[in-house]
Design a protein around this ligand. Structure first.
Ligand code: EPZ
Length: 420
């Protein structure tokens, strides 16, 4: 076990590059199962969730190579359509393998992903869509036993009751080698979907995305391709929030500013100066941030739920009261209790958080409650007076590669120490 020790109050200055996006690379790794030959994915971040995906692919019988930020996957010879209970428990987002497993193997056996820190994470939209495409899925005793009686998915029109990112990805992965054409209505529009479609198209898939409608004409087989994982828009927002709370001046590079087009105005509203280039954003923070009158998270292109936690931390130090409404997940505020230990004044009621800004936070011993809540605690510690010790880093390591290295390079006093 290790902890992050952060001595707050140091202004962040300089330049930092974001890594490949966690929420893009997971479905991309699942997609490599569909392409004959060795696919190369570049800009793959060093994350525990990525390690989990690679372990799953190896359990299938895929051949995996990893050199720095490049991962090579060859599914030829893979013949075990099973994800172990342990791996499903470790990474509930493994459900994104379901469509690809069935398309590749004609069957899939995995345990129900269950909930997580953010609340129950139902998969009804995934299962209903795949069943409409010809899957037979038995849910019993916490296990999923999925088969394709005809050996292939059948293209059809599927409409999602909610633009679920994961369900959109599963339908896409099922449709690319299905028999006939699939039209997906009310699909998620997150940039990670377009990144997945770009790789699949490079493998020979026939995909057309028109806003929330995705049309896929099934092809008999896909051939391995190379792809560079898109930049992580949530990591970018986290670094910008760190600059904002430390009166810093930071340039975040290697990102696509368009992906954070609904996040940047919030920083402006808080009094930050922003300068944007084709692949970077520079944020210069004011001596004291202004409040965020009202922020509601929405599916893309709305404000992303994953970026709300770091911004809520910034609001705890702003002048005035801010209101946050979480529209996507049921329990997105578990980390707030840890912020209160640091002196934040936040009241939460269901999906609403009312944040009364204070002049300063104080360092304390806190624990990560989930991935983005952990990021919120790091942002708070960078601004707090005194030392903060952050535990349960396993949550943070799922989605932030070498966070302490990047922040140290910007002038933060941060280091990782082992518990012993
Ligand atoms: C993806 O989760 C991301 N994870 C999440 O990022 C992100 O917050 C979320 O999309 C929303 O943008 C990955 O990509 C690995 P959803 P996903 O299906 O696909 C309900 C992070 O911190 N729903 O769009 O699970 C669900 O309960 C993580 O990086 C159903 O009701 O999100 C939720 O309320 C957290 N039935 C809403 O839809 C279903 O079958 C959004 O879920 C599926 C989802």
């Amino acid at each position: 076990m290790s902890r992050l020790l952060i001595d707050g109050g140091h202004r962040l200055n300089g330049e930092i590059a974001v890594h490949g996006a966690k929420n893009a690379v997971l479905p991309l790794l699942a997609a490599t199962l569909l392409a004959d030959g060795e696919s190369l994915l570049h800009n793959v971040p060093a994350l525990s969730d990525v390690d989990g995906c690679l372990e799953i692919l190896q359990q299938f019988g895929c051949r995996i190579r990893r050199e720095g930020g490049t991962v090579a996957v060859s599914p030829n010879g893979a013949d075990r359509p099973i994800i172990s209970d342990a791996l499903m428990r470790k990474m509930r987002s493994s459900i994104v393998f379901l469509g690809a497993m069935m398309a590749r193997f004609g069957e899939a056996y995995l345990s129900y992903p269950g909930g997580c820190e953010l609340g129950p994470r139902p998969i009804d939209l995934h299962l209903s869509a795949l069943r409409q495409m010809g899957a037979e899925i038995i849910e019993r005793r916490g296990q999923l036993r999925a088969t394709l009686p005809n050996g292939r998915f059948r293209g059809c029109t599927v409409s999602l009751a909610f633009p679920s990112v994961g369900a959109t990805e599963n339908v896409l992965l099922a449709a690319v080698t299905a028999e006939g054409t699939t039209t997906l209505l009310n699909a998620a529009r997150e940039p990670e979907i377009a990144d997945l479609a770009a790789y699949l198209s490079a493998c020979g898939a026939d995909i057309r995305i028109d806003g929330g409608t995705v049309t896929v004409r099934g092809v008999p087989r896909l051939t391995a391709a190379e792809h560079t994982v898109m930049p992580d828009r949530i990591e970018a927002a986290t670094y910008l929030a760190a600059a904002a709370v430390t009166e810093g001046r930071v340039t975040v590079t290697d990102l696509c500013p368009a992906h954070i087009a609904t996040i940047l105005p919030i920083f402006s509203e808080m009094g930050c100066q922003l300068k944007t280039s084709a692949d970077s954003v520079t944020l210069e923070a004011p001596p004291r941030l202004k409040r965020i009158p009202y922020l509601r998270t929405m599916p893309y292109p709305g404000f992303p739920t994953d970026a709300a936690a770091p911004l809520l931390t910034a609001a705890t130090l702003a002048k005035g009261t801010s209101v946050f409404v979480e529209s996507i997940f049921e329990c997105r505020y578990k980390y707030v209790g840890e912020l209160i230990r640091m002196g934040a004044h936040v009241q939460t009621e269901g999906r609403v958080a009312v944040v009364e800004g204070v002049r300063s936070l104080s360092g304390a011993a806190v624990d990560c409650t989930d991935l983005r809540g952990g990021a919120a605690l790091v942002v708070a510690a960078l601004a707090a007076e005194g030392r903060t010790a952050i535990g349960k880093l396993e949550h943070l390591d799922r989605g932030y590669a070498a966070l302490e290295d990047g922040l140290s390079a910007l002038g933060a006093r941060i280091r990782r120490v082992s518990e012993s």
